[in-house]
Design a protein around this ligand. Structure first.
Ligand SMILES: Nc1nc2c(ncn2[C@@H]2O[C@H](COP(=O)(O)OP(=O)(O)O)[C@@H](O)[C@H]2O)c(=O)[nH]1
Ligand SMILES: [Mg+2]
Length: 401
């Protein structure tokens, strides 16, 4: 841990303007309420398309689970139901992928498809297609648009297209890029023809989420979303790019003072009166950070199953103390190290943010946990980056070429 750090003026201003009360109980309730609002929100992503296009595979790939995992959506079967099935993201339960019944020429004739699946409850639609563009793709896109919902057009199984094209390369070799471009142009042209042009086309393979447009799709979803839903989506994303890791770090950093305040002040309001311990709170926050950066054992295990890299090898890339299994003892040690760093800063802060001065230890442990969370974000994002590099450099998927 570094020995010097500061809390930015902007944050101090935010704290003092938000926290008007001088009563610790009120402040704790207020801060916990703000944190709760973020976790209360649910993001509902509908995955639709024709039967066999890869909807269930997409639901799994998006959640980073392999098709034969117990929590996976069943793939390779023709669905018979007209009901949507919900699949929560394994480490961000409030992000829900809905595996919708397949559209197809006969069933989509039914003008009630969107009503049947409960159009209004979804925040956005992913239309998954494979093979040739069909009129009902643009018809569906148009209906979604008319209902003033967003949709994203996904052309799946591009690995197959590339493979087929490679086999066809007899006289004139086509570069992969050219094959992909012509697929993209074809989809865009057809969507325009069907007057559903307000859409970008994403070429993906559910077998290789690290390749093609999977990361771009996730970044686009993120860019077009706001507020708490954006936050929920961001925290659920796999680390497919440095940009995602950095965005996670920034998003968590901006809520850091609330976490530190909730941890340090709730220890003096009753929740943990017997021990006056902030350790359980601090530990919970650190564990949630591990999950966000996909470094907890479950996330690493899922990643290992998706790649040819073993759990042990992935764990070797996690070098920081924050990234490892956390015991109360470790957290206690880290906290006391952190608390001793800057009593000066605690004094300053107490003057500027009155609530911290109300309880001296509140001020001190606030600085301690703030410092600790700040260091954790830095270290965990670096660990996340190392794990991502390892995956990119190693074999990219179990479905090897
Ligand atoms: N080559 C290839 N096959 C895929 C891909 N995505 C799905 N599949 C396969 O296509 C079949 C249908 O997929 P599934 O997800 O069950 O489609 P759904 O009916 O739309 O839910 C399964 O055998 C999948 O393994 C992909 O990106 N590439
Ligand atoms: Mg299915």
């Amino acid at each position: 841990m570094a020995t010097q750090f500061t809390i930015s003026e902007a944050e101090i201003l935010e704290m003092s303007s938000v926290l008007q009360s001088h009563r610790v109980t009120d402040t704790v309730a207020q801060v916990e309420g703000m944190l709760q609002q973020m976790t209360d929100v649910t993001l509902n992503i509908a995955v639709t398309g024709e039967s066999g296009a890869g909807k269930s595979s997409f639901v799994n790939a998006f959640r980073g689970v392999v098709d034969d995992a117990p929590e996976a959506a069943v793939t390779g079967v023709t669905e018979t139901t007209r009901e949507a099935t919900a699949y929560s993201h394994p480490s961000a339960r409030n992000v829900i992928l809905w595996d919708l019944p397949g559209i197809g020429t006969p069933s989509f004739q039914s003008s009630t498809y969107l009503e049947d699946v409960g159009l209004l409850k979804y925040d956005l639609f992913i239309i998954v297609t494979s093979g040739r563009f069909q009129d009902y793709h643009s018809a569906l896109a148009k209906s979604i648009m008319q209902a003033e919902k967003k949709f994203y057009f996904v052309r799946n199984k591009v690995d197959q297209d590339l493979e087929a094209s490679a086999k066809r390369r007899i006289k004139q070799a086509l570069a992969d890029e050219d094959v992909l471009n012509s697929l993209r142009t074809d989809c865009e042209k057809n969507l325009r023809k069907g007057q559903a042009e307000k859409s970008q086309v994403f070429l993906i393979s559910c077998f290789y989420p690290q390749r093609y447009d999977f990361a771009a799709l996730q970044m686009t979803l993120l860019e077009e979303m706001e507020g708490h839903k954006r936050h929920a989506l961001l925290l659920s994303l796999p680390n497919l790019s440095t940009a995602v890791i950095q965005s996670k770090k920034e998003a968590l950093a901006s809520g850091l003072w609330k976490r530190a305040m909730a941890a340090s002040l709730s220890s003096v309001t009753g929740a943990h009166t017997r021990t006056h311990s902030i350790i359980p709170n601090v530990m919970n926050t650190l564990k949630s950070y591990q999950q966000t950066f996909c470094l907890d054992v479950d996330s690493l295990q899922r990643l290992a199953s998706f790649t040819d890299i073993s759990l042990e090898e992935l764990q070797k890339e996690v070098t920081s103390t924050f990234g490892k299994e956390l015991s109360a003892h470790t957290v206690e040690g880290l906290l006391s190290q952190a608390a001793s760093v800057q009593p000066m800063l605690a004094n300053q802060l107490e003057k500027m943010v009155p609530i911290l001065g109300t309880i001296v230890s509140g001020g001190l442990s606030f600085v301690g946990s703030y410092f600790l969370f700040n260091s954790a974000l830095k270290d965990l994002s670096q660990d996340g980056e190392r794990v991502m590099q390892k995956v990119f450099l190693g074999s990219l998927s179990k479905h090897t070429d």
